[in-house]
Design a protein around this ligand. Structure first.
Ligand SMILES: [Zn+2]
Length: 239
């Protein structure tokens, strides 16, 4: 049997199991193989379908059952085309920038962006909300694009710290500014549905760049997050 790999962190030796259960990130970029895109999406789906069928068979499931027969194919399609589609740079949203013609100089905050991701240590869902702010450096980005950038990086096997940093890095690059802030608040199903089975805890991560490192800007951003927001148009129109 292979001995678990050891990692150094804060003078402690961590095993693969520790890394999984404590959700420790080992790098900012998603660890990818050099041959990650040698196969086409169709080839990947065919391969994943075969492997997932093996997993189900190994667990003793009867795949001649009508309900289970199509599951390996469905899972393969869902992995490649939906929940892990953010692994492939070809799915990265293309972003057009606009000139900040109205000279808006304050922060723009887009809050409560709901996302679904998956924990890379257990492959079960992370469900959360991302709150994103930036101050224009001359150009502005379409609001839906901020949402799409969050979704793109969420659709990978993730750890929350890396998701936060990857969104921040991307926005800084696109907008040509360091004035970007992000708060992510998420529930990890690997913490609630298994392991310590804590259904109440949530995990918060944050990034504050440029002028958001100053207390006043950071506090202004955080105050906006506490403003109650209407969740749907009907609610707003009725109020
Ligand atoms: Zn996990």
């Amino acid at each position: 049997m292979l001995k678990p790999k050891k990692y150094f962190s804060n003078h402690l030796l961590l095993t693969d199991d520790d890394i999984g259960d404590d959700h420790i990130m080992t790098s900012l970029s998603t660890p990818m193989r050099s041959d990650a895109f040698d196969l086409t999406d169709e080839e990947k789906m065919a391969k994943i379908e075969d492997h997932f069928r093996e997993i189900m068979l190994t667990m003793g499931l009867d795949l001649t059952d009508d309900s289970l027969r199509g599951t390996p194919k469905r899972v393969a399609k869902m992995y490649v085309q939906e929940i892990f589609s953010g692994l492939n740079p070809k799915n990265k949203p293309t972003v057009a920038l606009f000139e900040n013609k109205y000279g808006y100089a304050e922060m723009l905050v887009e809050k409560d962006i709901t996302f679904y991701s998956n924990c890379e240590h257990h492959f079960v869902p992370i469900i959360g909300k991302a709150h994103v702010a930036y101050i224009s450096n001359g150009s502005v980005i379409g609001l839906s694009k901020i949402n799409r950038i969050v979704q793109y990086f969420a659709k990978r096997p993730q750890v929350q710290e890396r998701l936060t940093m990857q969104i921040a890095q991307e926005l800084c690059e696109i907008l040509g500014t360091d004035d970007v802030a992000i708060v992510i608040d998420a529930h990890h199903l690997c913490v609630s549905s298994r392991g310590v089975q804590d259904v109440n805890s949530s995990t918060i991560t944050a990034y504050y760049g440029g002028s958001f490192m100053k207390e006043a800007k950071k506090n202004e951003f955080l105050q906006y997050l506490h403003l109650s927001s209407k969740t749907n148009v009907t609610e707003v129109l009725q109020s």
